[in-house]
Design a protein around this ligand. Sequence first.
Ligand code: HAM
Length: 438
Amino acid sequence: MPSNPKPKPKPRYKKSFQAPKGMRDILPEEQIYWDKIEQTIKNLADAYGFKLINTPILEDSELFIKGTGIYTDIVEKEMYSLRTKGGDKLSLRPEFTPAIIRAYLENGLSSLPHPVKLYSIGPIFRYERPQKGRYRQSYQANFEIIGEKDPILDAQLIQLSFSINNALGLKNLITQINSIGCTKCRPIYKKAIMSFYRKRKKELCSNCQKRYQQNPLRLLDCKEKKCVQIAEQAPPIIDYLCEDCHNHFKNVLEYLDELEIPYILNSHLVRGLDYYNKTVFEIWPEDEERRQIALAGGGRYDKLVKLLGGKDTPAVGFAIGLDRAVNQMKEKGVKVPLKSRPLIFLAQLGDLGKKKSLKLFEDLRKAGLKTISSLSQNTITSQLKIANRLQVRFTLILGQKEALDKTIIIKDMLSGSQEIIPLEKVIDRLKKKLKHKT
Ligand code: HAM
């Protein structure tokens, strides 16, 4: 017999679990906001001629490295990447755009009449430092117009983002807008920026010292105080735009004037994704700039389709952050109508009553009478308590006696009066009562 019994292995699980950092549960009571947002987006997407597309949450990591850009924060620091058992390198999508273009090319959507207008709603994943309005799993509604270079579409997308926000009760928004040029004029601006920063390199934060080599335009939107001060003196890109980019930008602004959309020119807005050219924009609540909570962002990306293997095809798009929209709706006290609550409670008693109530619940539901029941409760008192709490208009009581007699009791919860009627008449009777008494 062994003298020392083997020590029990320590359990390897934690006692209680929490959602991963920066990710959260969206509880039933919050769903009214999300329902409202989803409905609004679907209605407006349809009105503006967009078709829904769903793509996988995981994509080949290379797609984002190539599409979003190797030196972007998203690819350098924020992707959730994994290797499958089969050895594939996949990433949870940190944004939609490259995935939508991949789907457009892979599924032959490029042979449809253009422009092709696609929208998606779903989660994105970025390993960012969590704070209010910034989550590691967040939700976007993403819109892309593929195959058209006309600046009128840039303006219409900005209008769409306003239409969505306004329909959600979010007003007082402002567009920040800039043009970051094209492959012709941007290299000239890059040189100017690098020459401006050359003498000031040592004063920059460590991140910007790296950006100087890899992604000099990003020097302009660093949020570090010392970098902001330097950026203020940097030459504005507008002065370096080629004729085509200049005219494009001028047209976008004229269309925005026509639409009466408020905007400010922000020469430091360069956006953190590599594919953009010409127009870039963000939509901000007027009082939120300090907290760095843009509600939506987007721009033109005329080279991405080709970069990902397609023909030279211009495109423009934007995404709206849904978590931020919900937060704003709550902060601004936007009222969202509650879902219609059930007006009928079905109470049951005894084995036979319980059995019959199962079928009756189905019949009521099919007849369009929204009913709630508590089939696992066995006492009438506990069931009536629930019915009272839910403030239903009528409670149906189907006990052993009623089940045997094929009758049912209808209790009026306002007057307290009750009547017994044949079970087969209950639906007609309730419909009449609800018509007259609610
Ligand atoms: P983005 O500016 O990276 O653009 O994201 C768009 C919006 O998504 C942001 O303005 C913000 O409201 C929301 N968002 C982004 N990250 C988070 C986060 N960690 N937590 C909460 N909300 C977040 C894009 O993603 C581009 N793909 C948009 C686009 C489409 N450009 C062209 N087509």
